[in-house]
Design a protein around this ligand. Structure first.
Ligand SMILES: *Cc1c(COP(=O)(O)O)cnc(C)c1O
Length: 452
C-alpha cells in the first residue's frame, strides 16, 4: 500500500493518555452524528483522489515530501486539544515544545542562544527576517540574487523596502562582482543569501559575501528554506559544505521544516542570531498574556494565532529523528543526495539528454538533446506529458540564457529562456526505484524524439 496506515493503531492509546488529563472534571460526552460524518468523509476521500501521487517514489517533481508518520500522528493527536501557540493561555505544552524544537534547529546551525519561532512557512519566515532588517537598517536597500525566491521582492514591496536583484553566474549563484558594484554605489542594508535556490538548489557564495561584509557592513539573511537541513549531510560537494559551515555567521536564517524536515504544510522557521531583536516585536496585547510571566511566543512573532499542532508534530519528529550528523535523519538526506547524483550521472552519460549545472542538493535540471532553445523547450513540454502517462512525475523550470549558455555553447538561441526538466528527489525511498525511473525516462525520451 502506498499510504501508510499501520501507525494509526497507536492513536487510540495516545488519546486515552490525553483523555486522562480531564479526569478531575465532570463527565462530558461530545455528540457527533457518525453516519453523516462518514458520508462527508468518504466524499472527501473521493475528491482527494484528484492529485499527483506525491507519496509514491515515482513522483519526483515539485518540492513535495510526505510528512513522517510520527508528525502526522502527533499533529492529529494534538488536534483534540487544538492548542494555539500565540500565548501560554492557549497552549502551554505546545509552546514549550516549540521552544525546545526551535532551539534544536538553532543548534543545528551552530547557534546556542538565538531567538526564533515557527510560522506558517518560508514566506512568512522571510517576511519577519526582512522586517527586522528594515527596523535595524532603515532607509537602505535589500538585495537578493536573480535566482532567489520571488517572495523576497514581493515581501519588500509589502514592507515598502527598496529592492534590487543581483545577477547570477552560470551556476545560478549570486555574482560577486555585480554584488560589489552594487555595494559601492548604493546604500545596501541587507544581502539575502540563498542557500539552495528553488529552481536548481544552488548556494550563493556566503564565505566571499562575509568578506565583503567586513568592508561594507550590511546584514546577511540566509534563506535556507529548502537547503538548510542538508547541513547535516556528509556527502555534499566541498564548496556547498564550506558555505554551510559559515552559516552561523549570518544574522538571520529561514528554514522550512515543511520542505525537508518531514512536516505537514504550515511549518516554517525564522531564527535570529541576536536575541535582542525581540524588542522590535514588543506590543501589549490587552487580551492574552495574563497567566504567566514566562515568554509567550506571541510576543516574538508577527502572526498571532498559530497552530500549536505544528510545534507538537515537529517536536515529535525531532524526538524520533534528532537533528544530528550521522543520525537516521541525516542518513535520509544523504540517501536523497546519492540518488540525485546517480540520476545526474545517468543523464550526463545518456546521449538523449543534456544537463547543465550539477546538483548541489537533490534538484536535477536537464533537457532533451536539441539544436535550438525553442526545440529543447518543446521537448521538455512533451517529455513532461510522456513521463506522466507512464506513471513518472517530474517538473519543469524556465531558466535564462545567461545561466545555460556557457553549459550549452552550441545551441541556437532563438529565445532567451529554456523550459528545462526539473526534479526534486526529496524522498529516500526513490533510491529503490532508480532503474524504473531510468527506464521510463528513456522510453519517454524516445517517444518525444519520435514525435518530431
Ligand atoms: C519554498 C521557498 C520559499 C517559500 O517558502 P514557503 O514555505 O513556500 O512559503 C522561500 N525561499 C526558498 C529558497 C524556498 O525554497
Amino acid at each position: 500500500m502506498t499510504l501508510e496506515t499501520r501507525s494509526l493503531s497507536i492513536l487510540p492509546r495516545a488519546l486515552e493518555i490525553l483523555e486522562s488529563s480531564f479526569h478531575g472534571l465532570p463527565l462530558f460526552e461530545p455528540s457527533v452524528n457518525i453516519e453523516k460524518l462518514e458520508t462527508v468523509l468518504l466524499e472527501v476521500a473521493d475528491r482527494m483522489k484528484d492529485n499527483y501521487p506525491y507519496p509514491h517514489p515515482q513522483y519526483i517533481g515539485q518540492m513535495l515530501k510526505p510528512p513522517h508518520p510520527v508528525a502526522r500522528l502527533a499533529y492529529t493527536l494534538s488536534l483534540w486539544i487544538n492548542p494555539n501557540n500565540h500565548a501560554l493561555d492557549g497552549g502551554r505544552a505546545s509552546s514549550a515544545m516549540e521552544k525546545e524544537a526551535v532551539a534544536r534547529i538553532g543548534e543545528m546551525f551552530g547557534w546556542k542562544e538565538c531567538l526564533g519561532h515557527l510560522c506558517s512557512g518560508g514566506t512568512m519566515a522571510n517576511l519577519e527576517a526582512l522586517w527586522i532588517s528594515k527596523r535595524l537598517k532603515p532607509g537602505s536597500k535589500i538585495v537578493a540574487s536573480s535566482q532567489a525566491h520571488y517572495t523576497h521582492s514581493r515581501i519588500c514591496s509589502v514592507l515598502e523596502i527598496p529592492f534590487d536583484s543581483i545577477p547570477t553566474d552560470c551556476n545560478a549563484k549570486m555574482d560577486l562582482e555585480s554584488l560589489e558594484k552594487a555595494l559601492e554605489s548604493e546604500n545596501i542594508g541587507t544581502v539575502v543569501v540563498t542557500m539552495g535556490t528553488t529552481a536548481t538548489g544552488s548556494f550563493d557564495p556566503l564565505p566571499s559575501i562575509l568578506e565583503l561584509r567586513k568592508n561594507y557592513g550590511f546584514r546577511i539573511h540566509a534563506d535556507a528554506a529548502y537547503g538548510g537541513y542538508f547541513t547535516l549531510a556528509n556527502n555534499l560537494g566541498q564548496q556547498t559544505r564550506d558555505i554551510l559551515n559559515h552559516v552561523n555567521q549570518v544574522d538571520s536564517i529561514v528554514v522550512d521544516p515543511h520542505k525537508h524536515g518531514l512536516q505537514p504544510y504550515g511549518c516554517g522557521c525564522v531564527l535570529f542570531r541576536d536575541p535582542t531583536v525581540g524588542i522590535h516585536y514588543k506590543h501589549d496585547s490587552p487580551y492574552t498574556y495574563f497567566t504567566s510571566d514566562e515568554l509567550h511566543l506571541g510576543e516574538i512573532s508577527l502572526e498571532c494565532s498559530r497552530p500549536g499542532s505544528s510545534a507538537v508534530a515537529l517536536w515529535a519528529t525531532q524526538k524520533l529523528l534528532p537533528l544530528e550528523q550521522n543520525g537516521e535523519f541525516a542518513r535520509g538526506l544523504e540517501t536523497i543526495r546519492e540518488t540525485a547524483l546517480a540520476l545526474f550521472d545517468f543523464l550526463v552519460n545518456e546521449s538523449r539528454f543534456v544537463t547543465a549545472l550539477a546538483p548541489e542538493l537533490d534538484i536535477l535540471i536537464w533537457g532533451l538533446n536539441g539544436k535550438r532553445a525553442s526545440e529543447i523547450s518543446s521537448y521538455s513540454n512533451d517529455f513532461f506529458e510522456l513521463t506522466a502517462e507512464r506513471g513518472l512525475h517530474i517538473a519543469k523550470a524556465n531558466l535564462p540564457r545567461s545561466i545555460l549558455e556557457p553549459h550549452w555553447p552550441d545551441i541556437v538561441w532563438d529565445q532567451d529562456t529554456v523550459t528545462c526538466l526539473r526534479s526534486c528527489i526529496m524522498k529516500p525511498e526513490v533510491t529503490g526505484w532508480i532503474d524504473d525511473i531510468k527506464r521510463i525516462m528513456i522510453e519517454a525520451a524516445d517517444a518525444a524524439l519520435a514525435k518530431r
